[in-house]
Design a binder for this molecule. Structure first.
Ligand SMILES: Nc1ncnc2c1ncn2[C@@H]1O[C@H](COP(=O)(O)OP(=O)(O)OP(=O)(O)O)[C@@H](O)[C@H]1O
Ligand SMILES: [Mg+2]
Length: 415
């Protein structure tokens, strides 16, 4: 195997107010292509300092650092940036993803800097996301992803340029045991299958055990460097108790398109909800008429109708909250508006035809005088009227719902 990293008598001093901090002291370290190295040590022992130098983000104060045969100490910062871009993928504890930017766009970013065409960028980013098991989440933004998924996006971003080496400074520092092992299993697979060299800083023994070589730092020096058989993270994962159901449910809602679809549709609408809506409508009409007569002292049609629409919506939303335990989804609101409007229409049509409604006579007279194309016109107008009423109901429902039943309230389900 070729030597990828060679540090000789490498030192790093930091000037600070209190004097010089000797963060690294005469380090000798060689890492070969395809190795999986864990760097461990107490806080302040120089691990991150070493990673910054290995990643060409910083230069040693003394000594030499060669990366893939290039002497980094003597290179300009531009040359170092080029080497960094070609040879190294970084993974950080805090993921460092751009918020409000999809996984796909985050992973495309390093390719943007390389001037890769948009089409090619997209293909390569999709491939990298698939390699980390996130093919189903490419359009999610970081806040729609779990910590482990965000770290996998970050790994995809590190991988997308095809670097021979990944540097990871506490990549699992923000993750729980299971998720840490998942990330480790992924890194081990990349190491095994693609021969990617991995250098990883960690505080945790279990994580270091997954590496095939463990280098321990103390006070800026290497105090031990051992190669041993690594623990298989995937096998360790199998031994863990199954994840809590709530975790599974949360994870599933985003990953499985069918589950996502079900969540969006929100299930069938109970018949009683329509009855409650009608009750609200009747009460609203009565209230509206009373309001017009007593307060406004006018006779109006639109005002009672507006009252009816609002009360219908309030009754529907309250009833949904009570019977289904959560607010109506937007799909359900569409179905309620449409179903209720058509239902009322079907109910009123025969009553109108029988002459029992106050508007029966003018409507029947109008219909009697219609024929041919005018009849078609009237039918069109009817359809348009139904659609308008449906839309109005939907809008009122959408406006009323967050006021009457805030989304957060019904979301929590008992464990
Ligand atoms: N920019 C800096 N200026 C001055 N001193 C620094 C600077 N960066 C690091 N140091 C010092 O160098 C020493 C090594 O720091 P480093 O960050 O490498 O430790 P570490 O092993 O990564 O610790 P941790 O496990 O807490 O991350 C520390 O004493 C630290 O205070
Ligand atoms: Mg550190």
């Amino acid at each position: 195997m070729d030597v990828l990293i060679a540090c000789r008598q490498l030192s790093k001093d930091y000037e600070s107010g209190a004097g010089v901090v000797r963060a690294l002291r005469e380090i000798d370290l060689e890492i070969r292509q395809g190795e999986f190295v864990a760097i461990v040590g107490t806080s302040g022992s120089g691990k991150s300092t070493l990673m910054n130098i290995l990643g060409c983000l910083d230069r040693p104060t003394r000594g030499a650092y060669e990366l893939a045969g290039f002497d980094i100490g003597t290179r300009s910062s531009d040359a170092r940036a080029i080497l960094r871009n070609r040879l190294i993928g970084f993974i950080f504890q805090g993921f460092n993803l751009l918020p409000r930017t999809t996984a796909l766009e985050n992973v495309e970013l390093p390719l943007v800097y390389r001037g890769v065409s948009a089409r090619e960028r997209r293909n390569q980013a999709l491939e990298a996301l698939a390699a980390v098991g996130l093919a189903g989440r490419v359009h999610h933004t970081p806040n729609q992803l779990s910590g482990g998924q965000q770290q996998r996006v970050a790994i995809a971003r590190a991988l997308v340029t095809g670097p021979p080496m990944l540097l990871a400074d506490e990549p699992t520092g923000n993750l729980d045991t299971r998720t840490s092992l998942e990330v480790l299993a992924l890194l081990q697979r990349l190491n095994r299958e693609r021969g990617i060299t991995i250098v990883l800083v960690t505080h945790e023994h279990d994580i270091a055990a997954c590496a095939s070589r463990v280098v321990t730092f103390r006070d800026g020096r290497i105090v031990s460097d051992v190669r041993e058989k690594s623990v298989d993270a995937a096998a360790e994962l199998e031994k863990l108790p199954p994840p809590e159901p709530s975790v599974v449910a949360d994870g599933a809602s985003g990953s499985d398109p069918a589950a996502e679809q079900r969540r969006r549709l929100g299930g069938p609408i109970p018949r009683a909800l329509y009855a409650m809506t009608a009750l609200g409508g009747v009460l609203g009409l009565g209230l509206g008429v009373a309001y017009c007569r007593a307060v406004l002292e006018v006779s109006s049609t639109p005002i009672p109708i507006a009252f009816a629409f609002v009360l219908e919506a309030i009754f529907a939303v309250r009833y949904a909250q009570k019977s289904m335990g959560r607010p109506l989804t937007s799909d359900q609101r569409v179905r309620v508006s449409l179903g209720y409007t058509l239902g009322v229409g079907l109910l009123l049509a025969p009553l109108t035809a029988l002459g029992w409604m106050p508007w029966s006579k003018p409507v029947l007279d109008l219909l009697a005088g219609l024929s041919g194309s005018r009849l078609a016109l009237a039918l069109g107008a009817l359809v348009l009227a139904l659609a308008t009423v449906t839309l109005a109901r939907y809008l009122v429902l959408a406006l009323v719902a967050p006021l009457v039943a805030p989304a957060g309230g019904g979301k929590k389900r008992p464990a």
